[in-house]
Design a protein around this ligand. Structure first.
Ligand code: PXL
Length: 291
C-alpha cells in the first residue's frame, strides 16, 4: 500500500540565517505535503554566499551515525535528495546512503551544488568535483545549474551557448549515469531577456525547455527551492514537464515577490510570502518540447 504521506531523506546543511538549503527545502516540501527527514551535513550561523566569519560545525561523523541508525530502524524513503556537501568524505557518505536506501522504486535526486555565475564556491576543489562526478552516476535525476554542468563536463562557461550545444551537454551528463538531467540558469543567448531550464529524459529521448524572464538579481538558495518544488511535484505524480513548469513558476514568483523590496539579497527570497502558491491550481502554460 502507498504511504499516506511521501517521505524524503534530505541531505543538506542547516544555515541559521539566509534562506537556503534546509530552511528552503523543509517548508517547501512540507507545504507540498511531503515529509522531510533531514540529515544535516553541517550547522552554520549563515550560509556562505555573501556573509563572512560565519560559524560552521561539521557533522560528517554524525551523518554516518544517522545512516547506521536509520538502517537499523528500517526506515524507507520515497526519495533521497542531496545538495550542498562540504568535503569528499560527505560526498562518499551520500553515495553509501544511496547504496543502502536506494531501490528501484525510489527517486535519487542529486543537486551537485558547486558554484554559480561561472565560479566555483570557495568550499569546493578539483577533488570534490571528481567525487561529485561519481555521485551523479548513482542518481536518477540531477539538477546542476549552468556553471555546475560546465564543471562536471570540464567545459568552459559560455554566455552565448547554442541550444544544440546544451543538448549535447545534457546527453553527455546523462551518459555519466542519471536518467534525467536538468540544467538551470541556461543563458538564452545574446540579446535575449530570458533564461531557461532545459531538461533531457533519456528513456523517452525528449528535451524539454521552460523559459522565464531574466531578473537581474541574485538570491542564494533559489536552486534549493527549484529542486525542492521539482521533487515535491514528481512525488505528487506530475510529469517531468509539468514539474519543471511548476518549479520555474514558483521560483520566478518568489524572486518577483522579493525584488521589489529593498533588502540585502543575501537574505534569500521572501519564501514566506509565496509558500501558499504551491497549493494553487497548476498553470501548465510555458513548457516546450524541443525538436
Ligand atoms: O544554496 C546553496 C548553498 C547551500 N548551503 C550553503 C551555501 C549555499 C550557497 O551559497 O553557502 C552553506
Amino acid at each position: 500500500m502507498q504511504r499516506a504521506v511521501k517521505r524524503v531523506a534530505a541531505i543538506h546543511d542547516l544555515s541559521g540565517f539566509g534562506r537556503a538549503s534546509l530552511t528552503m527545502i523543509i517548508p517547501i516540501l512540507s507545504t507540498m505535503k511531503v515529509q522531510v527527514c533531514p540529515m544535516p551535513t553541517a550547522v552554520l550561523s549563515t550560509h556562505t554566499g555573501g556573509f563572512e566569519d560565519f560559524s560552521f560545525v561539521d557533522l560528517t561523523d554524525t551523518m554516518e551515525q544517522y545512516l547506521h541508525h536509520w538502517e537499523k530502524v528500517g526506515i524507507d524513503f520515497d526519495c533521497i535528495y542531496s545538495g550542498f556537501l562540504g568535503s569528499t568524505k560527505q560526498i562518499d557518505i551520500v553515495s553509501k546512503f544511496i547504496d543502502v536506501f536506494g531501490n528501484e522504486n525510489n527517486l535519487k535526486v542529486v543537486d551537485p551544488v558547486m558554484g554559480d555565475n561561472g565560479k566555483m564556491y570557495a568550499t569546493m576543489d578539483e577533488e570534490m568535483i571528481e567525487h561529485m562526478k561519481r555521485l551523479i552516476g548513482k542518481a536518477d535525476i540531477i539538477t546542476p545549474n549552468f556553471t555546475e554542468a560546465a564543471y562536471l563536463l570540464g567545459e568552459s562557461y559560455e554566455e552565448n551557448i547554442s541550444e544544440d550545444k546544451v543538448k549535447d551537454w545534457l546527453i553527455r551528463l546523462s551518459n555519466m549515469g542519471p536518467k534525467i538531467v536538468i540544467i538551470t540558469s541556461v543563458p538564452d543567448g545574446e540579446g535575449s531577456k530570458n533564461t531557461s531550464v532545459i531538461a533531457y529524459d533519456k528513456k523517452t529521448n525528449r528535451f524539454w525547455k521552460v523559459s522565464c524572464l531574466y531578473i537581474p538579481a541574485h538570491f542564494p538558495g533559489t536552486g534549493d527551492g527549484f529542486t525542492s518544488v521539482l521533487v515535491g511535484s514528481l512525488l505528487q505524480g506530475d510529469s517531468l514537464p509539468v514539474a519543471l513548469d511548476r518549479s520555474v513558476q514558483f521560483i520566478t514568483s518568489a524572486i518577483r515577490a522579493s525584488y521589489g523590496f529593498d533588502y540585502p539579497q543575501r537574505e534569500g527570497v521572501l519564501l514566506e510570502r509565496v509558500l501558499e502558491n504551491l497549493n494553487m491550481p497548476v498553470l501548465m502554460s510555458s513548457y516546450e518540447l524541443l525538436k
